[in-house]
Write a protein that binds this ligand. Structure first.
Ligand code: PMT
Length: 397
């Protein structure tokens, strides 16, 4: 399906074309998208939230001040959730408020808080569309990166004929499909490791770390949104796989290595997993008894998956992570060179930092460059990191 797993925030503003939003919701879902609907007050005069709730499978939001909805999924969370915002119909009033940067209802607030691409399907009377105020607002929104889909020309609900009709739902779905399929990683195969590994010491105990998998899963989602085919090799986590991503579950570093090698060749490899550096030399066949006051477990080094991928003759563009408590940049630079990586994302770790946190901050290094990605939600950082990678991966021989 063309929009498989994509999160589409469908904004509906007040205009007669709002009735087409029910068909649009159904078409988006048929194409595989997950749809959350936000309506302006005006839109509810043309179509009921209940209709769109039934069609989208999720409660529809109208007000910024709805405590129940805010508790279930706050508006900032909803803004982060979206892979794209589609506003259909986009009325003259809504476009004016967006152009002015207003946040006086839920939909305009979400648009300001959202970093995902925005698509507007204008729909209004032909004279309103031709008005210099509307044209100036449309131009302002385009300059800021919004994409206008339509309007089309033809007979209008007001009885006139001209430009101002909302594009048909299938045409809008097709535009979104084009957007996602020409992403910067379209046609690329990406393998990503995520989460911790567990190194057994006996049948019931293991050595592991605090990685939740969030950073790696966010990267898998961002790479998928950039058009890539994504294989996610994951240690044990409590996270659902992003839709449209092939997830391979593993436990130990040795199993992760095996799964990664099976998944190769690929165009891009990102090692986000917190792979245990050591494993027990011998896994006790039975549960170890507490027979003495101290217990020594001999550990042996695990293979370095990242370095092994980077050393292959058919090496992909290889991106590592560096998790450091101190001398962040020195250690990261050392890993970049020693493991022959194309890029490394360094993050400071320690109490309340990076591991098992919703936020992170990264310093990204490559041979002749550096970029700070300041503290943000991991999904936001993942998008930024994928953009940085995409700018360079095409030059990779
Ligand atoms: O999962 P989260 O809770 O979201 O937390 C994210 C994170 C902190 C785990 C992530 O941002 C991160 O830093 N991942 C790398 C953790 C790590 O093991 O760093 P390292 O500096 O020890 O390893 C350097 C690189 O070598 C990493 O890309 C690692 O995946 C790789 N490696 C390490 C050892 C090994 N045996 N094989 C490897 O491939």
């Amino acid at each position: 399906m063309t929009l498989s797993g994509k999160h589409i925030l469908l904004g509906i503003s007040g205009g007669i074309a709002a009735y087409k939003a029910s068909d649009l919701t159904r078409r988006l879902r048929d194409a595989g998208a997950e749809v959350r609907v936000v309506m302006t007050e005006g839109a509810t005069h043309f179509i009921t939230p209940l209709t769109l709730q039934a069609l989208s499978g999720h409660p529809v939001r109208v007000s910024l001040w709805d405590e129940e909805h805010e508790a279930a999924m706050g508006h900032i969370e909803l803004a982060r959730w979206a892979d794209a915002i589609l506003i259909a119909p986009a009325s003259a009033d809504l476009m004016a408020r967006l152009a002015a940067g207003m946040a006086n209802d839920l939909l305009t607030t979400l648009c300001l808080a959202c970093e995902a691409p925005m698509f507007l399907a204008p729909a209004m009377n032909r004279v309103m569309w031709a008005h210099p105020a509307t044209r100036a607002n449309a131009a302002t929104l385009q300059e800021r990166g919004a994409t206008l889909l339509g309007p089309g020309a033809g007979s209008q609900a007001c009885g006139e004929t001209g430009e101002g009709r909302m594009l048909e739902p299938l045409d809008l779905v097709e535009h979104l499909h084009k957007h996602f399929s020409i992403g910067p990683l379209a046609g690329k195969k990406v393998v990503i490791t995520a989460g911790p590994t567990r190194e057994a010491i006996d049948p019931v105990r293991y050595i592991s770390n605090r990685s939740s998998g969030r950073m790696g899963y966010a990267l898998a989602e961002a790479a998928r949104n950039a058009g890539a085919e994504v294989v996610l090799v994951s240690g044990p986590t409590a996270l659902p796989a992003p839709a449209g991503v092939q997830r391979i579950d593993v436990e130990s570093a040795l199993a992760m290595r095996e799964a990664v090698m099976q998944a190769l060749p690929c165009d891009l490899f990102i090692g986000t997993a917190a792979v245990a550096d050591y494993r027990a030399a011998v896994i006790a066949p039975g549960k170890i008894k507490k027979a003495s006051d101290t217990l020594a477990i001999e550990l042996v080094k695990n293979p370095d998956i990242l370095a092994e991928v980077a050393a292959r003759p058919d090496r992909p563009f290889t991106v590592g992570f560096a998790a450091e408590t101190d001398h962040l940049l020195d250690h990261a630079r050392d890993k970049l060179v020693r493991k022959h990586l194309d890029m490394i994302a360094a993050n400071r770790v320690g109490e309340g930092l990076a591991f098992d946190q919703p936020d992170n901050a990264l310093t990204v290094l490559w041979r002749d460059g550096i970029k700070e990605l300041p503290q943000a939600d991991k999904r936001v950082l993942a998008r930024q990191l994928i953009e940085l990678i995409a700018d360079r991966v095409h030059d990779h021989a």
